[in-house]
Design a binder for this molecule. Structure first.
Ligand SMILES: Nc1nc2c(ncn2[C@@H]2O[C@H](COP(=O)(O)OP(=O)(O)OP(=O)(O)O)[C@@H](O)[C@H]2O)c(=O)[nH]1
Ligand SMILES: O=C([O-])CC(=O)C(=O)O
Ligand SMILES: [Mn+2]
Length: 624
């Protein structure tokens, strides 16, 4: 019988085959041979780590029309189908063994799921070119490294990955025979005349937790297709919980304290809730904006960015609020703009703070102001979830050393936050690791956004901002978190933020106020300022914030603003505990600590209500 390598020798052109032969890994060979036979591409290209191979992919994205050149050198634009603009939760399913159920996510019995996806993908690459690419998650050659192979017939997807991940071909060569790699098989399927996926009724994202393989078909939107991003994330959460570390939907940044002190923070906010905006705050330094691995190294929590690039939301990026991103988007570094308006070779997007042309091309095709879609809705210039893809090295505020350190950086604080109109104050600190993990992380709620298909602005449970990606039972996930903290010699402090408080339709904070919360948290990590104890954790003292507002933003921060923002909203807080309780109560396998911690918080709130009433000024807690 022919072995896999022989098969590959027969299928691949000699030059391509030689690249595969250099990787001495029969598990990889079998995987490739099986899927190439199944997908039936007309042409195959294997990407090594060479600049020429990367250039080939970049060029092919233009050649096949998935990207178009813009006026600025190295800028291109890509469009996804009008109905393929966000993550598709309905058609994303975890393949699970018979009898296994997981709360919250769609699952499908593994055999059945594999049968369905194989049927959809059979011969799907006829007439197309297959790109075989190798990358790693996390820094190379470190305890964090996870290698991955991506098969895709989309040069746009491969190109995006070259911007977002560290190259991994040499890593595969170095590793030799190992099963320890993640696998991604993607096809955009049949394309229409605009080169966007056509058969959206057959759009599927199926995650095989057993074989650590993700299949994605008939879609192009990055969140559904870029293997190493949210597809890999489901697989790494499973690994992390099995092995006792954390794989998280978090930014990683450096906050600069007094006298050159560097303190690193992670922040878990759901999609479109401020990770990129926070990590890009002027004055501080970015390490990553979306995915982080955290491990216990010698008793300390150390974190790395899984990626090396940004797939960021472009809506609302303007010169005043996001000066750094703005500048990069207007410089000749390699950038893929997606689903923006293009006119005369220039990209435009909603909320960019300058006049936008009344016509051009956008995610709906030829566009003019007032154009309506098939559902009768007016089409804005760019899609709300339009994005830019760029390497982090383009940013002057990148903490390069932290990005490259194979041992990561020590985490001083971990932040949780979401779109919460009426319950949490702008910033507070947990009493302990357990208090933070339960009442902040595991109790996170956030209004839904355009990052996923479906209705926006609905308050939804989103623990640790990973609900969409939760590939293990939530009880096991939380237990792992609690355990992780218990094993550390020094635990990071846990904080919760809320940038989205509203009253009478008005935001209570400006976008840059978060810069002050960050500085306050930095001081708290080192015990430099005192704080006020409330039933839900420690909050800042007015004087400290006043000084920080002045120092960081040159703004007068009034007592009235402080009182309005930091008042303890007891009815909303109690209602929230009830909601969270009801979500966890019917589930089996939830750690007992969760209910204990919620119960203690409820008790503290009831006592405070007894003493001070329903809406409590923070000053009341000063001299109890
Ligand atoms: N009102 C308000 N809006 C904000 C604030 N910070 C960020 N936003 C808005 O939130 C949206 C998304 O923010 P991002 O930082 O790109 O979101 P993200 O968490 O990185 O999202 P993903 O890439 O989807 O994981 C943008 O439209 C911002 O304008 C804030 O402090 N106040
Ligand atoms: O994965 C995506 O589509 C983009 C993203 O960061 C998110 O939605 O959290
Ligand atoms: Mn994200």
């Amino acid at each position: 019988m022919e072995n896999a390598l022989e098969k590959l020798e027969n299928i691949l052109e000699k030059e391509q085959f030689e690249k595969i032969r250099k990787i001495n890994n029969p598990y990889l060979h079998e995987f490739l041979a099986e899927w190439i036979e199944w997908l039936q591409p007309s042409k195959i290209f294997v990407c090594t780590d060479s600049p020429e191979d990367e250039e080939y992919v970049r060029w092919k994205a233009l050649y096949y029309g998935e990207e178009k050149m813009l006026e600025m050198p190295r800028h291109t634009v890509h469009y996804d189908n009008y109905y393929d603009q966000a993550r598709d939760k309905t058609n994303t399913k975890l393949l699970v063994p018979k009898g296994v159920t997981l709360p919250f996510l769609n699952t499908i019995e593994r055999e059945e799921g594999l049968r369905e996806i194989r049927e959809i993908m059979k011969g799907i690459m006829k007439g197309k070119e297959l790109f075989i690419c190798f990358f790693v998650l996390g820094p190379k050659n470190s305890v964090f490294t996870i290698p991955a192979v991506q098969l895709t017939d989309s040069a746009y997807v491969a190109h995006s990955e070259f911007l977002l991940y560290r190259k991994g071909y040499e890593e595969f060569v170095r590793m030799g025979p190992t099963r320890n790699f993640l696998r991604f098989v993607h096809s955009a399927g049949e394309l229409d005349e605009r080169k966007t996926s056509k058969n959206l009724d057959k759009r599927r994202i199926y995650i095989d937790l057993v074989d650590e393989t993700v299949y994605s078909a008939n879609t192009q939107y990055g969140g559904n297709t870029i293997g190493l991003k949210k597809l890999a994330f489901r697989l790494t959460i499973q690994r992390a919980v099995r092995e006792g570390w954390l794989s998280e939907h978090m930014f990683l940044m450096r906050v600069n304290g007094p006298n050159g002190r560097k303190t690193y923070f992670t922040g878990a906010y759901p999609s479109m809730c401020g990770k990129t905006s926070t990590a890009m705050i002027p004055w501080e330094n970015i390490v990553g904006d979306d995915l982080v691995f955290i491990k216990n190294l010698d008793g300390r929590a150390r974190a790395v960015n899984v990626e090396i690039g940004v797939f960021g939301i472009i809506e609302g990026v303007n010169e005043k609020d996001d000066p750094i991103i703005w500048k990069v988007l207007h410089s000749p570094v390699e950038i893929i703009f997606s689903n923006v308006l293009v006119k005369d070779g220039k990209p435009y997007w909603n909320g960019m703070g300058i006049p936008i042309p009344d016509e051009g091309e956008n995610h709906s095709g030829k566009w003019w102001r007032g154009k309506k879609d098939a559902e009768g809705r007016e089409i804005p210039p760019s899609h709300k979830n339009a994005r830019f893809t760029v390497r982090l090295e383009a940013f002057p505020n990148l903490d390069r050393e932290a990005l490259e350190n194979p041992c990561g950086v020590e985490v001083g604080g971990m932040i949780f936050g979401g779109r919460d109109p009426d319950t949490w104050p702008p910033v507070r600190e947990a009493f302990s690791w357990q208090h933070g993990v339960i009442t902040m992380g595991a109790s996170l709620e956030s209004e839904t956004t355009a990052a996923t298909l479906g209705k926006e602005g609905v308050r939804a449970f989103n623990p640790m901002s990973i609900l969409d990606f939760l590939s293990v039972h939530i009880g096991d996930y939380i237990r792992n978190y609690l355990e992780f903290g218990r094993k550390l010699k020094k635990t990071p402090k846990i904080f919760a933020v809320n940038y989205f408080l509203r009253e009478n339709g008005q935001w209570l904070n400006e976008k840059l106020d978060k810069a002050v919360w960050l500085k306050w948290m930095e001081l708290r990590v080192h015990g430099d300022v005192e704080a006020i104890e409330t039933p839900i954790g420690y909050i800042p003292k007015y004087e400290d914030l006043k000084a920080l507002f002045k120092q960081v933003l040159n703004k007068e921060y009034t007592r009235e603003d402080y009182e309005k923002q930091f008042k303890i909203r007891v009815p909303e807080l109690l209602a929230k505990i009830d909601r969270i309780w009801k979500i966890y109560e019917p589930l089996d396998n939830i750690p007992e600590e969760l209910f204990e911690e919620l119960e203690k918080e409820r008790k503290r709130l009831l006592e405070a209500r007894e003493r001070y009433g329903e809406y409590i000024s923070p000053f009341k807690f000063l001299n109890p």
